[in-house]
Design a binder for this molecule. Structure first.
Ligand code: CO
Length: 208
């Protein structure tokens, strides 16, 4: 890819935006009040705003390998804190995707260096749901299910934070688990039982 193409694309994008709204960038410059925090995978095929049909200003985005929410990751925890406490988003979404290289790599018997401690959190998801996963004979289907269960467990990790517990109590913040199917383009709502998980989690992880 020639990188000058990117700048040409950018010029075309500016023209396109201004053709429908002359004040587009003036408005954009005034600030942001997104309603949604999206935590997704860094995979180049899973393009946050694009797949949701949303534009600048509409979604606060954090992406990392395999859409993980790890309590000692200052990066994701800062994003959650800022989006929930300061931007006052109403919804937090963890969006995984089928054919996730991170999830697949996590289950391989290979030393992946700095990725080992990161991906070990996915092995923990496998361990928690081992009975269900081991019962799935088809390997692809087992990975698909692990992707879904990983999303669910990262939602649980969000609910363990004081930030999310407070916002759920004070202003009805909701946490959602979604999966993007790279084979069809479809976004799937896993319909995680937020209220049920919250109630269950609070019995042990109640912080506020
Ligand atoms: Co991925």
């Amino acid at each position: 890819m020639k990188l000058d193409k990117v700048f040409k694309n950018n010029e075309a994008w500016i023209k396109d935006k201004l053709s429908t709204d002359n004040n587009y960038f003036e408005e954009l410059g005034k600030g942001q009040s997104p309603e949604l925090l999206y935590i997704g995978c860094s995979d180049s095929r899973v393009t946050a705003e694009d797949l949701m049909g949303l534009g600048p200003g509409e979604v606060f985005v954090h992406r990392n390998i395999a859409n993980m929410v790890i309590s000692i990751d200052l990066n994701v925890m800062s994003v959650v804190n800022y989006a929930v406490d300061h931007l006052k988003v109403n919804h937090v979404v963890v969006c995984g995707h089928y054919a996730c290289g991170g999830v697949k790599a996590a289950m391989q018997s290979a030393d992946l260096g700095i990725l080992n401690p990161w991906l070990r959190n996915i092995r923990d998801v496998y361990r928690i749901h081992r009975d269900e996963l081991d019962a799935i004979a088809d390997e692809d289907k087992r990975y698909d299910r692990l992707v879904e269960l990983n999303v669910q467990e990262q939602c649980v990790n969000l609910i363990k934070t004081a930030t999310v517990q407070k916002a759920a109590r004070d202003r009805n913040l909701k946490v959602h688990g979604w999966v993007f199917d790279v084979h069809t383009g479809r976004l799937i709502d896993l319909k995680i039982d937020f209220e049920g998980i919250l109630k269950n989690i609070m019995e042990i992880y109640h912080l506020d």
